[in-house]
Design a protein around this ligand. Structure first.
Ligand SMILES: Nc1ncnc2c1ncn2[C@@H]1O[C@H](COP(=O)(O)OP(=O)(O)OP(=O)(O)O)[C@@H](O)[C@H]1O
Ligand SMILES: [Mg+2]
Length: 250
């Protein structure tokens, strides 16, 4: 584990503009965000708010127009910043000609894990995501939910300290959703940091200790889940109000 290196995620004044039909789209508008080690952090916001873009900046896929982003104290432009990161994309896809098992083995080799560690990690992550016998089949034959599960197993193979999940419950059946909750809980119990986006507010309520709500590329509400959502109140109601207020004042 990284220690003494500050926040797991730190974004300061991150702005991202994309060219669009002769003009520009501002996807992130001076985003400030801090995620401390060990937090389970829910990143919420309506469609197009900028959640995926923020994750892409952290992963080095998108360069910020302005501002800085750090992972465990390392600028995201340094490739070493991503060494201890696991990532599940919004639309997971992978090498379809490999079996699930081969995919994980290939990924584990990329991280230069020795044979014993590879076998242990593959077994552990397959069990965690509940792929079962399908691990022996080619990924090309997987259903959407199974693709989601194998890509999550792939994201966990390097035993990451920070796991970035872009809508991890998308496309999953109720059992799959419960599995994701359990996996996130296990990661938290092991001191890992989990940063994830979701539209499933009832799920988010159950797993997050900290929340941020993004609207038009800016944070419009942030804090401990139990402070943002008063006892007896629902996150859905808080979300609606915060977004309505933000839209009214923009
Ligand atoms: N490559 C791109 N080129 C142009 N515009 C983009 C690009 N990527 C994202 N955008 C725009 O940036 C804004 C933020 O998009 P983003 O995908 O980050 O939102 P999101 O919060 O993840 O939404 P969702 O909940 O639908 O996944 C949107 O207006 C989107 O159209
Ligand atoms: Mg998105």
């Amino acid at each position: 584990m990284f220690t003494g290196m500050g926040a797991a995620i730190e974004m300061r004044g991150v702005t991202v503009r994309f060219p669009s039909r002769g003009g520009e789209v501002t996807a992130l508008d001076g985003l400030d965000l801090t995620v401390e080690p060990g937090q389970v952090f829910g990143f919420l916001g309506p469609n197009g708010a900028g959640k995926t873009t923020a994750m892409h900046v952290l992963l080095g896929f998108t360069e910020a127009t302005a501002g800085t982003a750090r992972l465990f104290g390392r600028d995201v432009r340094e490739s070493i910043a991503r060494q201890r990161i696991g990532y599940l994309p919004e639309h997971p896809d992978t090498y379809r000609f490999l079996t699930g098992h081969e995919l994980l083995d290939t990924t584990a080799r990329l991280f230069k894990l020795d044979g014993r560690t590879r076998r242990m990690r593959i077994e552990g992550s397959l069990e965690a995501v509940g792929i079962g016998d399908a691990a022996a089949r080619r990924v090309a034959t997987y259903s959407r939910g199974m693709m989601q599960r194998i890509c999550l197993a792939q994201a966990l193979i390097n035993d990451p300290d920070l796991v970035i999940l872009d809508e991890p419950t998308g496309g999953l059946d109720p059992i799959g959703r419960m599995d994701i909750r359990r996996i996130i809980g296990e990661l938290r119990d092991r001191g890992k940091t989990v940063f994830f986006s979701s539209h499933e507010l009832s799920e988010v309520e159950l797993v997050c200790d900290t929340l941020a709500i993004l609207c038009r590329g800016r944070i419009v509400a942030e804090g401990p889940a139990d402070t943002l959502v008063a006892p007896g109140e629902r996150l859905e109601k808080v979300f609606m109000k915060v977004i309505a207020d933000a839209e009214a004042s923009s």
